[in-house]
Structure formats: structure tokens, C-alpha cells
Design a binder for this molecule. Structure first.
Ligand SMILES: C[S@@+](CC[C@H](N)C(=O)[O-])C[C@H]1O[C@@H](n2cnc3c(N)ncnc32)[C@H](O)[C@@H]1O
Length: 252
């Protein structure tokens, strides 16, 4: 069989799933337009931002250049957050990026009252395509939220940046060169944003609320102690299959 030249080109550029990528790129465009997409991919841009969508928890969510591409490992947060969630519960996703976690929760548990926020206007613009636009707010952590949510949030979920600043240089180029620094940089020890969420969350939580924060296996102990220092009962959850780690903190 004649080798597929597009597959060969993608493979030579280091694309591990070259056949699947070739198929998706061909579905997205033809002719000169396809060639432009292939060049971007060969130059190292993430496939998802080229296609304009990413698959997450069984959904196709919109993405765009510069914003954080949702990772499979974050599906663990959807599983943890949806456990015990009921229609009418108030759910907030801080640091929502394109809002993939919130969108998956809305899909899984219809009828929840969902809010999402992010500090990056580009991310907010995309999240408004994945969620009801009026529920996606722009701002620094809790500053973005309507004050009437104070003391009423049932589930607070966040995949906040947690890469230590000095380690960003060692991340894959697809992240380092194509995602905004604000989406990756967790400060000197990687816990700067998580620590702020832990300290500020108590006045926003309902009496028996849960806080769910993504972290890494190495950083999980510190993420958990940030929450337990604020009086939350914590448990570390690990999903080896999706390489996900998260800490759940319970208010009571
Ligand atoms: C690791 S990305 C995760 C995005 C999304 N939660 C996901 O899992 O796909 C972190 C997000 O946090 C946002 N962010 C960083 N600092 C923030 C802050 N102080 N307030 C609100 N959002 C912030 C970034 O813009 C970025 O979209």
C-alpha cells in the first residue's frame, strides 16, 4: 500500500497519533486550507487549537489558540464533583479556562446552578461558547463572582495553575509555547493560586460544601494541607489510568 504522505509528514514532526491526526485534519479542511492547518501542526501547535475543539469527558468543547487545552486527567474532577451532586446545587468552577469541567458537569447533572470564572479574557471568550455566556465571569478568583453566592456554594472546583515557575521551561513545547503563562504558572512552589483559593473559599462555601482542586501526585500533600489548614477534612484521590490527582476538602 502506498504510504500516506500526510501521515508521514506528521510522524516526522513527532506526532505520535499521526494517522488519527491526519484523519481529523482532512475532516476539517481541504486543499490550501488543509495545507495551512498541517503547517501549523508540523510547527508544533496543539492539534486541538488548530481544529478549534477538544474532546473532554465525552463532549466536544471549543478551544482557541493561547488558551489552556483541557487535559484528560482533569476528567477526575468531573467524576469527583458530580458524585452526590443534585439539581439545584450551586457549582462554581474557578480558573475555568474554556470551561470544560463546568460544561461536563452541566451535561452530567442537568439543573445545577453553574458559574465559571477566569482571569484571562481569551479563556472567558471561549468558555462563553461552551457554557451559558451570562454564567461565565472575568476576574481574579472570587472577585469575579456575584456577592450573592457568598456562603451558598455547594461544590467549588478548580484546576488552577500549579506548575512551579522554574519548571515551566521543562514543559512540552505544546504547553510552554502555545498556552498563556497565566494558565500554567503556579508561582515559586506551584501552590500560590491554590493557597489563595484555600484561604478565600471559606466565606463562599455552604455549610456542607466540597472543594475539589486538581494537583500533581508530588504536590498532593501540600495541596491537601492548604485546605486542612482552613479546617476542611481532606482526602487525596488518584486516577492512575488518566494520570489525574485531586484533593477533595469537605466543609463539615
Ligand atoms: C491550568 S488552566 C485550567 C483551565 C481549566 N480549568 C481546565 O482544566 O481546562 C488554569 C486557568 O486558571 C486561570 N487563572 C490563572 N490565575 C487566575 C486567577 N488569579 N484568577 C482566575 N483565573 C486564573 C488561567 O487563565 C487558566 O485558564
Amino acid at each position: 500500500m502506498t504510504p500516506d504522505p500526510l501521515v508521514a509528514r506528521l510522524r516526522a514532526a513527532g506526532c505520535v497519533f499521526a494517522e488519527a491526526e491526519a484523519r481529523l485534519l482532512r475532516e476539517a479542511a481541504t486543499g490550501a486550507e488543509l495545507e495551512a492547518l498541517v503547517r501549523r501542526r508540523v510547527d508544533g501547535e496543539p492539534l486541538e487549537t488548530i481544529l478549534g475543539w477538544a474532546e473532554f469527558a465525552g463532549l466536544r468543547v471549543a478551544v482557541a489558540p493561547g488558551v489552556f487545552v483541557p487535559r484528560v486527567r482533569s476528567e477526575l474532577l468531573v467524576d469527583l464533583a458530580s458524585d452526590g451532586l443534585a439539581p439545584g446545587d450551586i457549582v462554581v468552577e474557578l480558573c475555568c479556562g474554556v470551561g470544560a469541567i463546568a460544561a461536563a458537569l452541566a451535561h452530567r447533572v442537568p439543573g445545577i446552578e453553574l458559574w465559571a470564572s477566569d482571569i484571562d479574557l481569551d479563556a472567558v471568550a471561549v468558555a462563553r461558547r461552551n457554557l451559558p455566556p451570562e454564567r461565565v465571569l472575568e476576574g481574579d478568583l472570587f472577585d469575579a463572582l456575584p456577592p450573592e453566592l457568598r456562603g451558598r456554594i455547594d461544590v467549588l472546583v478548580a484546576n488552577a495553575p500549579y506548575v512551579p515557575t522554574d519548571e515551566i521551561a521543562y514543559m512540552p513545547s505544546e504547553a510552554r509555547d502555545y498556552e498563556h503563562l497565566v494558565a500554567l504558572d503556579g508561582g515559586p512552589d506551584g501552590h500560590a493560586i491554590q493557597a489563595r483559593i484555600a484561604v478565600e473559599c471559606s466565606e463562599w462555601l455552604a455549610p456542607s460544601a466540597r472543594v475539589i482542586i486538581e494537583t500533581s501526585r508530588r504536590q498532593a500533600g501540600r495541596t491537601a494541607s492548604l485546605l486542612s489548614d482552613q479546617g476542611l477534612r481532606t482526602r487525596i484521590h488518584r486516577d492512575d489510568e488518566r494520570d489525574g490527582t485531586a484533593v477533595v476538602g469537605r466543609a463539615t
